[in-house]
Design a binder for this molecule. Sequence first.
Ligand SMILES: C=C(O[C@@H]1C=C(C(=O)O)C=C[C@H]1O)C(=O)O
Length: 188
Amino acid sequence: MDRESAVSDSRSHAKHGPVRWLPLAAIRPAMSPAWRRWVGSRDSLTLRLTEAGRPRPFRVHLIDQRTDALRRDEAQALGLPTGRQAWQREVALCLGETPWVVARSVAPLEGLPAHDLAHLGERSLGSWLFRQPDLERGEIEVTRDPAGFHEAHGPWGRRSVFHHGGFRVLVQEWFLDAMADDLGLPSR
Ligand SMILES: C=C(O[C@@H]1C=C(C(=O)O)C=C[C@H]1O)C(=O)O
């Protein structure tokens, strides 16, 4: 088994295509310093994008929020059986009308603060998460594979699991070429 498939089985949900993840440390040498600062950041991406995009307004465009089966790579990250039903949310994080990041977050139904999350709408998940005082964030993993649920392309995707009490959510974020172009970032 090669290094990539050792980290995460690549045969995930057919609709989304395979997403192969590697620890950030393994991919760092291939990443420019400018992208390392974005991909390796552990504080709120919502805040970073808001600041980097000024004066354009930051906006969350809700693509979909539903209960659905987990992809294989997602189930592995959460230590759950493949196909387990989970809360899922897909968004585009936009500056003005332009998506800079697309994100897909998945959380087990057990321990889900359903009331808080059901009403998020076009408010950022991060703005809620980072208000939780006991929030912990797991290791960041990185991919070059596309998001699968959005047509835009980009240099890097990343994921990490957030814990808050009995609640866990796997947040996956893909940085898009439009963000690189607007901020003058290198291609990778
Ligand atoms: C996790 C954060 O929240 C962001 C907002 C999201 C949403 O509203 O669904 C999803 C992923 C994030 O990029 C963050 O700001 O760091």
